[in-house]
Design a protein around this ligand. Structure first.
Ligand code: HEM
Length: 580
């Protein structure tokens, strides 16, 4: 080694730095041992080439590491910003193009959906939001990216589910063939026949929920009550019970564990290789780890108890013995955790947003109340699903809520597999190794698809002009003159294609049942002093949205039809169409 001059040694270090960047770019090593080798051992060995030029080993080490890291960083920076990068043609802010750490930083405050939305307004329908990632606000991208055969799930799951080293939850299975195999029991679990079987479990929980609400004499935080209800219901479905948050509150801190782990999970999804460190460090992500082991323990208990009813677990574990190759317990346990996370927070967010929107829009509240009173007058069983399909206004209110506040605000990632070459999305070529997603928040509020008032809660947009008239909308005539754009192809709150939300029908059933029962039996109003504008402000995007408080005052309805309990409230959104 000693014959090296400082110049020769430096050239060697710089060359090794470039080589290191190439290795990272091509093989994307994630294991800490690979990182140690490339980032610690290699420069350590290279120090010997320059040590004779320095008065001490410490100085030689400092020089080598500094030069090595500077070379790597310069090389990465130059490449990612250069016209030679495969995504060079796509516009995006410089920090996004340089590193995913930027998005990890931006997403910390839960406002990444707003950030992406601003980027789409500035840069257009396709934005480069990471060195190798594109966000789409383009209805024509839905089918190529998400539809059949679509693209496999993206690497963001590698970080999010890092501790699931051997068996992964369905949502994060990246191999399409394996994903299709794992999805089979889920599809059966949400067939029409299976859903019919869940009516009893749902009805029982919904009655408990609304009865408990009826007893509340003081103002309540409705989001918390709804969250506890959805959690109890999904626990019934996934683990045959074991949770009674409605009765006991969050005494085990479970809901807190679920939501407090979300910001870290989002960071890990932006920088997936960090996941390998997260699983090894005992203090990091304790809440996330605790929540997952809590669910796993419930799954184990449910497995030992055996079947009490045909719940979700019954189908997932294949208790009926239908599958030739039944899923393993490990697979089902990890899917049980998924059922709780995917099934409770999403519906809780939608239901909470729905009641917020109704209370903020008295005309919509009144119209829905009238419809519910027509189909479910006093004495009528409001948890029966018999009328759900005919209830156009109810379905319009749910869809309008999902349009404005999709619980997965920024959509779910896909990636163009390495070795596949590229993927065509209309006239655009998306090179292999690129991660992509359709940004739901931007797409759902795009005036090219939803107009007028793309940012306003206006359920009437989901009705035909004829239906609008049948509701006696005073705005119907004015709207007949306005151009109403309503492109349902751009409405994908449950994503799309072979890996979309498999629980969609259960979610609709649950939301319709709860809304009908609550509005049959309760009047709601905002607590005086509550500022409705805080809802949007408090809504945070941690892949699954989290929401703020919704303070409401409840009063039992004594007879079926009531005057609008919030008559006189300033209903600014709904006066707008008349002035178009
Ligand atoms: C309003 C309610 C809900 C919304 C808006 C929603 C939305 C979504 C979205 C956007 C995805 C990602 C799909 C993708 O990767 O493309 C997803 C996946 C999933 N959801 Fe839902 N979800 C809801 C309720 C539920 C419920 C009640 C369940 C029941 C357990 C559920 C179970 C799942 C599962 C298992 C997946 C993974 C599907 C797969 O990868 O094949 N979801 N959901």
């Amino acid at each position: 080694m000693y014959p090296f001059s400082l110049q020769d040694g430096s050239i060697l270090i710089v060359t090794a730095g470039f080589a290191c960047h190439v290795v990272f770019g091509r093989y994307e090593p994630v294991k800490p041992l690979s990182h140690m080798t490339l980032l610690v051992f290699v420069p350590g060995i290279l120090t010997t080439t320059v040590s004779s030029s320095f008065s001490s080993t410490v100085r030689a080490l400092a020089f080598t590491y500094l030069l090595y890291y500077t070379t790597i960083l310069t090389s990465i920076l130059a490449y990612r910003l250069s016209p030679f990068h495969p995504l060079a043609e796509y516009p995006g802010p410089i920090p996004c193009r340089i590193s995913k750490f930027w998005m990890a930083w931006i997403s910390l405050d839960g406002k990444q959906h707003k950030y992406y939305s601003k980027l789409h307004q500035k840069y257009g329908d396709i934005v480069r939001v990471g060195p190798n990632e594109l966000s789409f606000c383009d209805v024509n991208a839905i089918s190529p990216l998400l539809g059949y055969p679509g693209l496999p799930k993206g690497p963001h799951w590698d970080g999010r589910m890092a501790e699931q080293t051997t068996i992964r939850a369905l949502i994060s299975v990246r191999d399409p063939a394996e994903h299709a195999r794992r999805r089979k029991p889920w599809t059966r679990a949400f067939s029409s026949a299976a859903l019919k079987g869940y009516e009893e479990i749902l009805g029982k929980r919904a009655y408990e929920f609304v009865t408990a609400l009826e007893q509340q004499k003081q103002p309540i935080n409705l989001t918390q009550w709804i969250s506890h209800f959805t959690f109890d219901f999904m626990s019934d479905m996934a683990f045959g019970g074991g949770s009674d948050m409605l009765r006991d509150g969050d005494k085990d801190d479970t809901w807190h564990l679920l939501e407090s782990g979300l910001p870290l999970a989002l960071i890990l999804s932006h920088v997936p290789w960090l996941g390998q460190y997260y699983i090894k460090l005992p203090g990091i992500g304790a809440d996330l780890k605790k929540f997952r082991s809590f669910c796993q323990e419930r799954a184990l208990r449910r497995h030992h108890q055996g079947s009490q009813s045909k719940d979700l677990f019954h189908h997932l574990i294949d208790e009926a013995g239908i599958e030739r190759c039944p899923p393993t317990f490990a697979e089902v346990a990890s899917d049980g955790v998924l059922a709780i996370v995917a099934g409770s927070d999403t519906t809780a967010t939608t239901l909470s947003s729905l009641f917020w929107a109704l209370l903020d829009n008295p005309t919509a509240y009144r119209r829905l109340q009238e419809e519910i009173d027509r189909y479910y007058p006093p004495g009528e069983d409001a948890v029966s699903t018999a009328h759900h399909q005919q209830m156009n206004y109810l379905n319009a209110v749910i869809n309008e809520t999902l349009r404005l506040f999709p619980p997965v605000l920024s959509g779910s990632q896909r990636s163009v597999p390495k070795g596949s070459g590229w993927k065509a999305v209309g006239p655009h070529v998306i090179p292999e190794g690129t991660s992509t997603f359709v940004h739901l928040y931007s797409l759902h509020r795009d005036p090219r698809h939803f107009s007028p008032m793309p940012n306003a809660f206006w359920p009437e947009r989901w009705l035909t002009a004829e239906e609008r008239r049948s509701f006696g909308c005073p705005d119907a005539n004015d709207l007949a003159k306005a151009t109403v754009v309503h492109n349902t192809a751009a409405f994908i709150p449950f994503s799309s294609g072979p890996a979309n939300c498999v629980g969609k029908n259960l979610a609709y059933q649950e939301m319709r049942t709860v809304v009908c029962l609550m509005m049959q039996r309760l009047d709601l109003r905002f607590l005086e002093g509550y500022d409705p504008r805080s809802w949007d402000h408090d809504l945070k995007d941690y892949f699954v949205a989290t929401k703020g408080k919704l303070p409401v005052v409840l009063s039992p309805r004594t007879c079926g039809r009531h005057d609008n309990p919030i008559e006189g409230h300033n209903d600014s959104e709904l006066t707008l169409p008349c002035s178009i």
